[in-house]
Design a protein around this ligand. Structure first.
Ligand code: DX5
Ligand code: ZN
Length: 225
């Protein structure tokens, strides 16, 4: 089943609780939580205290995206703050296998992300160790950027690698394929058709009529289930 994971980076932080309730009540399956450290990416966003306050208020699946150098330092704190899944960046870990193993050992699901310039081939050793692969369709660090068209080929390449490596393209033991950055109502169908099953979108949901945006996304996702 395709999932919509709206990124709160684009939300109005004066009305965050209200806006989270809105996307949840429309039927979004997850909430995307972009953590930026100003080192791995040039910007700084938010961290554990904000996640903990959101956790108290929602039962949504909390999809935490750590754009953080050496993320193994923060696994315990993000688990305690309420993460359901923690995605780390391949490029940010001195020992990727150790880090993804440590996330799972902490009792939550684990995702592994690659930046646009990182080839899909680096993911091969991790496909049976993670619950989600995140293909960045923008350079991480900011919302509101333009979708990078090369993502479509990366998605098709990833689906082929998953099939070749795991012997199946969906189901038990096959990671979700999430895409993040520059996704809107005009390109989301193409992103799904290229192989994604989990859609992160920030500005295309939280800017304008949030309920209408969310419902339109969910309609397209359901039509591609
Ligand atoms: C970028 C973040 C994305 C971003 C998506 O570094 O990882 O999740 O918030 O925002 P939009 O959908 O506006 O590109
Ligand atoms: Zn993100």
């Amino acid at each position: 089943m395709n999932w919509l994971s709206p990124s709160i980076l684009a939300a109005d932080f004066n009305r965050l609780g209200e806006q989270i309730r809105c996307v949840r009540d429309c039927g979004a399956q997850a909430l995307h939580f972009d953590v930026m450290d100003g080192m791995f990416v040039p910007s700084i966003s938010f961290g554990m205290p904000v996640l903990a306050s959101i956790r108290k208020e929602t039962d949504l699946f909390l999809d935490v995206h750590l754009m953080v150098r050496e993320p193994s330092r923060y696994i315990k704190e993000f688990v305690e703050s309420g993460a359901d899944l923690i995605t780390v960046h391949y490029e940010a870990c001195s020992d990727v296998m150790h880090t993804v193993t440590a996330v799972r050992a902490a009792g939550v699901k684990v995702g592994l992300s690659i930046r646009p310039e990182t080839p899909v081939s680096v993911l091969r050793p991790f496909l049976d160790k993670v619950d989600l692969i995140l293909i960045m369709s923008v350079n991480p660090g900011f919302g509101g950027q333009t979708f990078m068209e090369g993502t479509y080929d990366k998605l098709r390449e990833l689906r082929a690698l998953i099939k070749e490596t795991l012997g199946a393209s969906a189901g038990e033991g096959v990671p979700r394929v999430e895409v993040d950055g520059g996704i809107n109502l005009n390109n989301v169908a193409s992103v799904l058709e290229a192989g994604a099953d989990t859609i992160v979108t920030g500005s295309a949901v939280f800017h304008g009529d949030i309920a209408d945006n969310t419902n339109r996304f969910l309609e397209i996702l359901r039509a591609h289930d």
